[in-house]
Design a protein around this ligand. Structure first.
Ligand SMILES: [Zn+2]
Length: 535
């Protein structure tokens, strides 16, 4: 038999324990042999990888690809470009000078904790761009600031529950938090499919250059993260046009699910039309979990906490979805066969979501449900044990510590620091931990994310909850096997073994060693045995 390709001259880290082998043979998109078995085969192509270390392709389990891709066109007001509020206003004024009056200036990435603690204000934006529509999005996506021209068009008499329009002396400051951002929907949405398709393409080019071969898109459809209720169509168009560059699992916003007509004995009572649910699709584009938002953000101090935020005795955050609705939606989606991924950051939100999962499982037992808690940001020991006992997958973001760790520390205060974005404790309790970034909330490059899971250094150099550090090997395992497991794909993805898909990345150094991880650069990325990026 002649196989499609044999890759030689590499250290291929195979199996669950990253056992090094010298070569890998690929046929029909899958690995057919490793080591000497591979070099003995006749091949259409033999590729010498020049001494590279080869590991499974990186897989981001929580990522907003379309949002990130669209952000590549937006005005960057993050800390790399803007060190003060004056910098933010100057950047808006400069963009206004380039764009026709009446157009939108969308900015992204500001973080008030990096701007002296103050959000930009409508009046500041009015001075910078009086004749444009301005919307500056917070780096977390949980809030935004708009100028007066935008504010005047909003239906401020109908602020949705689970959000607020911040006011000072009875006058809106321009800051819209959580669900109040939905007031902008009639002005911004739906985004045209062609724009989303282009964003998916642009994001995907970047991802393969970073060694990424699979992503899980953390929310399409309606809701905080979605661009249009028909967003799946953009992914399908991108795929048809060859512009979907990484394997993609789509989480579906809970708001897109609805009651279904069904025979009495069928449990499919809630979901998408036709009964489509988790798992539908193929190796390139699949429906993943239902995505539900329970609470808000930690640095934004809007996540639901058992005890108040540090220095704010009256603020325990809040739920974006009412507790009774969280229980009800989870119960119905679970019963209808969905995997459920619930955004929960505050410890109180996590308690409520675990209660909801436990109740749903008691009513309709299912062995391999793999329900998830996205972020799982603040969790004490008893709830951490419950996460493991219920078989729930926690999806924390290592990179948060490096970029927004100081904001998280000041929101929690010293007593709760050890509960923040845990990793080691989840692994020790028997959980599978995926690797993820929540990009574009923070930089999503997987090698950076892995290094941060190992070091846990805040921007100020503090090691946040040092005992939650994990090894470089465990971080790589998270970004490969862990993420595959979190989307029921570990039979095909996540390790380099005979029979698995040939998704791999060739690196300049060995990332299973902390020093190698710091030095490693992506040399080439392959999906299904085809090289899709070379540097
Ligand atoms: Zn997210």
């Amino acid at each position: 038999m002649r196989v499609d390709a044999v890759y030689t001259g590499a250290r291929v880290l195979t199996g669950d324990d990253f056992r090094p082998m010298t070569a890998m043979a690929v046929h029909g998109g899958r690995i057919v042999a490793l080591g000497d078995d591979a070099t003995e085969l006749r091949a259409a192509r033999t590729v010498d990888l020049g001494g590279a270390t080869v590991v499974p392709g990186f897989h981001d389990a929580h990522n907003h690809m379309a949002w990130y891709g669209m952000g590549l066109d937006e005005l960057d007001v993050g800390e790399a470009s803007c060190r003060s509020l004056d910098d933010v206003y100057a950047a808006v004024a400069a963009r206004a000078a380039e764009q026709p009056e009446g157009t939108w200036i969308i900015g992204r990435g500001y973080d008030q904790t990096k701007l002296g603690g103050e959000h930009p204000s409508r009046h500041g934006l009015d001075r910078a761009a009086p004749k444009h529509h301005v919307n500056l999005k917070h780096t977390t996506g949980h809030m935004c600031v708009v100028n007066s021209l935008v504010l005047d068009q909003l239906d401020l008499g109908n602020v949705p529950a689970g959000g607020d329009v911040v006011a000072s002396d009875g006058e809106p400051t321009g800051l819209l938090r959580e669900q109040a951002q939905r007031l902008l929907d009639p002005l911004l949405y739906p985004v045209p499919l062609a724009d989303i398709e282009r964003a998916i393409d642009r994001a995907g080019r970047r991802y393969v250059a970073e060694g990424m071969t699979s992503v899980q898109e953390a929310g399409i459809g309606r809701g905080l993260a979605g661009s249009t209720p028909i967003e799946l169509a953009a992914y399908q168009r991108a795929r048809d046009a060859g512009r979907l560059r990484v394997r993609t699992t789509l989480m579906v916003a809970a708001d897109s699910l609805h009651p279904l007509t069904h025979a009495e004995d069928d449990d499919v009572e809630f979901g998408l039309d036709l009964g489509i649910r988790t798992g539908f699709g193929d190796e390139w584009l699949r429906i993943g979990p239902m995505k539900l938002f329970s609470d808000g953000s930690l640095v934004g101090r809007t996540c639901a906490m058992h005890q108040p935020f540090a220095g704010e005795p009256d603020n325990v955050g809040y739920f974006q979805t009412a507790e009774a609705d969280i229980r009800d939606v989870i119960r119905r989606a679970h019963r209808s066969g969905w995997q459920v991924a619930t955004h929960a950051i505050g410890d109180r939100a996590i308690t409520v979501v675990l209660d909801a999962y436990a109740a749903a499982l008691a009513e309709h037992p299912r062995a391999d449900h793999r329900h998830r808690i996205e972020h799982c940001g603040v969790v004490d020991d008893p709830d951490l044990r419950r996460v493991a006992e219920l078989g729930v997958i926690p999806v924390p973001q290592g990179r948060f510590v490096n970029e927004i760790g100081e904001g998280m520390r000041s929101a929690l205060g010293p007593e709760r620091e050890d509960w923040c974005y845990r990793q080691r404790s989840f692994l020790d309790a028997g959980c599978v931990v995926p690797g993820s970034s929540d990009r574009p909330v923070v930089d999503g490059a997987p090698l950076l994310g892995m290094a941060d899971m190992v070091h846990r250094r805040t921007p100020a150099g503090h090691v946040l909850a040092p005992k939650e550090r994990i090894s470089a090997r465990e971080a790589l395992r998270a970004y490969t096997y862990g993420s595959a497991y979190a989307t029921f794909a570990e039979a095909d993805l996540g390790t380099l073994d005979v029979g698995k898909r040939a998704d791999f990345v060739a690196l300049s150094a060995d990332p299973t060693d902390a020093n190698g991880l710091g030095d490693a650069r992506v040399l080439a990325t392959a999906i299904g045995g085809e090289i899709v990026h070379e540097s």
